[in-house]
Design a protein around this ligand. Structure first.
Ligand SMILES: *[C@@H]1O[C@H](CO)[C@@H](O)[C@H](O)[C@H]1NC(C)=O
Ligand SMILES: *[C@@H]1O[C@H](CO)[C@@H](O)[C@H](O)[C@H]1NC(C)=O
Ligand SMILES: *[C@@H]1O[C@H](CO)[C@@H](O)[C@H](O)[C@H]1NC(C)=O
Length: 247
């Protein structure tokens, strides 16, 4: 399913990153050495007409997984950490689109503080780094900056335990993205695996917040998703009322 989700994300990115000149449209992948992020990064490197960068925390891991050589800025590979805005600023210079594939795996027992820092504060940090003045000017306004978040299904019904806390903070990140005035897309996969993509109809299971999310053209053997069916630009702040409370 992973490659399927990647192609969904790619479908989102393709039209997003197509209308600016010389060094316009630069795309940055966060979580680029992760399972989904690495597939996305490699696909983008192969198919995008624009500069594609990766944000990584370990040069050695990047060399193993991304097949880079120097694995430094000369190859579009930047060291940085989503829990630290300052560390991400250079990677975000001239970036129009950030694709966020960071996230905890649900294994182990991270504290709530750690979960929050990765799943929620980290997303806000990425948006802060993207919103640097030179990017806003280069792309003609905040609304032309783009955020694609790989979230998860089930965020509106977080259960108890670590996984529930992860989903809870992912939901907060989704709601936050709905309020920032940038062009945002949220992909909500379920049950990612490394098997080849299949032709399946994804149904919207969370109609209250995402009326059009994850609906696919049906009965056609096609696994293309239209841009309009997944793009979210209208989640309003009042939806905060739907965010479940959790202490
Ligand atoms: C954040 O990143 C900057 C730049 O890389 C670094 O100088 C600073 O020490 C980092 N802060 C923390 C708390 O790690
Ligand atoms: C999905 O549909 C396409 C187009 O009909 C076909 O080429 C492909 O083999 C199908 N893939 C699977 C996994 O069924
Ligand atoms: C399949 O999709 C194409 C392109 O969207 C459309 O023109 C065609 O009518 C569809 N076929 C069926 C059987 O739905």
């Amino acid at each position: 399913m992973s490659s399927f989700i990647c192609s969904l994300v790619l479908l989102l990115l393709a039209p997003l990153a197509s209308c600016h000149g010389h060094h316009g449209g630069t795309v940055l992948v966060l979580g680029a050495t992760g399972r989904t992020g690495s597939l996305l990064y490699k696909d983008l490197k192969k198919t995008s007409r624009h500069e594609v960068r990766a944000l990584i925390r370990s040069t050695d891991k990047a060399r193993d997984i991304l097949g880079c050589d120097k694995c430094d800025e000369s190859e579009g590979i930047y060291l940085g950490d989503i829990t630290n805005v300052t560390s991400m600023i250079p990677a975000f210079e001239h970036v129009q689109t950030v694709a966020i594939a960071t996230g905890l795996s649900g294994r182990g027992s991270p504290t709530q503080e750690v979960i929050r820092s990765i799943e929620f504060d980290g997303i806000q940090n990425a948006v802060k780094a993207l919103a640097q003045e030179t990017n806003i000017q280069a792309y003609g306004g905040v609304s032309n900056l783009r955020v694609v978040l790989c979230s998860s299904r089930g965020t509106t019904t977080p259960s108890s335990g670590v996984f529930g806390d992860i989903l809870f903070y992912k939901l907060n990140a989704e709601v936050f993205l709905g309020s920032i005035g940038m062009t945002t897309s949220i992909v909500k996969p379920c049950g990612l695996s490394t098997q080849a993509g299949q032709n399946r109809t994804l149904k919207d299971r969370e109609p209250k917040i995402y009326p059009a999310l994850l609906s696919l053209p049906n009965g056609n053997g096609s696994n293309k998703m239209t841009r309009g069916s997944i793009r979210i630009t209208t989640i309003t702040i009042q939806r905060k009322a739907d965010v479940p409370c959790k202490n």
